[in-house]
Design a protein around this ligand. Structure first.
Ligand code: GLU
Length: 295
């Protein structure tokens, strides 16, 4: 698929479970540079669908930090929690097509299977809630082509598991809503962290099942600590709004294979960003799932 640059849309889709940390700055910056260097739009989607993980105020804190870095999004930001009727409509349509089944297996049962669900409830025709709703099998390819990683082979457990699209607690699953939002917002390329690399095949397949050609996907290296931990809100990665902006932006650009010249490394972020926009090449991003950083 070639990208129609005039209609190019990228997006950054943080979950508001904490302030912007270095790992999410990398994803924000990479997706911004790819969109803007192609003259496209860059949208901001607050992925607050999992309300059990929201930290009050994290959405505005993330937006203020993006603004400090000069990463200004086009259009008004969207919130998944404001789009529940839209998700329900598409969930109902999948259900009406017979592509979904209810499951009441306990966590303990699934854990006893090694964490990968075995399709046990598929023939049971369960309808009494609470139920988790799973997508029927048979549509997820075991490989796909990534803009950064090239051909990616995906393990059977990802392709063959009937994964959940609506949870037992009534919340829509990320796997469903991310695809619906990417379709609805006409996202041409999804540029994001490599923690979602293998899930991409599910998302592409679901997009096709919904009658749309999937966006292209490119995955960026994850920043990990020396001990090998992914930086995330869960392990209390430093809130980068407390660090000098130029230092964080230079480090994020280096991780993306675009180390700014020494004389620019302490420059105002607007200058760093302008330099990055001029030099940005997705092909220069390291084909690495993880890059170790200090601190
Ligand atoms: N909301 C996800 C996160 O914060 C990103 C999802 C995506 O980019 O597809 O990790």
């Amino acid at each position: 698929m070639t990208i129609d640059v005039a209609r190019y849309r990228g997006r950054f889709a943080p979950s508001p479970s904490g302030p912007l940390h270095f790992g999410s700055l990398v994803a924000a910056l990479g997706s911004y540079l790819q969109a803007k260097s192609l003259g496209g739009q860059w949208l901001l989607r607050i992925e607050d669908i999992d309300t059990t993980r929201i930290q009050p105020g994290a959405d505005s804190s993330i937006m203020r930090t993006l603004e400090q870095f000069g990463l200004l999004w086009d259009q008004t930001e969207t919130y998944q929690t404001e789009r529940l009727a839209f998700y329900q409509h598409h969930f109902n349509a999948l259900q009406a097509r017979g592509l979904v089944y209810g499951c009441n297996c306990s966590r303990a049962r699934i854990a006893s299977l090694g964490g990968v669900y075995d399709g046990y409830c598929q023939q049971k025709n369960l309808h009494t809630e609470p139920l988790a709703w799973r997508l029927k099998p048979g549509h997820v390819p075991d490989q796909f082509s990534d803009l950064v990683f090239g051909e990616v082979q995906v393990p059977a457990r990802i392709c063959q598991e009937d994964y959940i699209i609506k949870r037992r607690d009534g919340l829509f699953a990320y796997q469903l809503v991310v695809v619906l939002d990417d379709i609805d917002q006409q996202i041409g390329q999804v540029i994001r962290g490599a923690d979602l690399l293998e899930m991409t095949t599910r998302q592409q397949a679901l997009c096709t099942l919904l009658g749309h050609s999937p966006p292209q996907y490119g995955h960026l290296p994850l920043a990990v600590t020396a001990a090998g931990f992914k930086l995330s809100k869960q392990n209390h990665a430093t809130d980068i709004s407390t660090l000098p902006l130029a230092q964080s932006m230079s480090a994020a650009l280096s991780l993306l294979g675009h180390t700014p010249p020494a004389e620019l490394q302490q420059a105002p972020v607007a200058e760093l960003l302008a330099w990055a926009l001029q030099h940005w090449q997705l092909a220069q991003v390291p084909r690495q799932r993880e890059v170790q950083i200090s601190g």
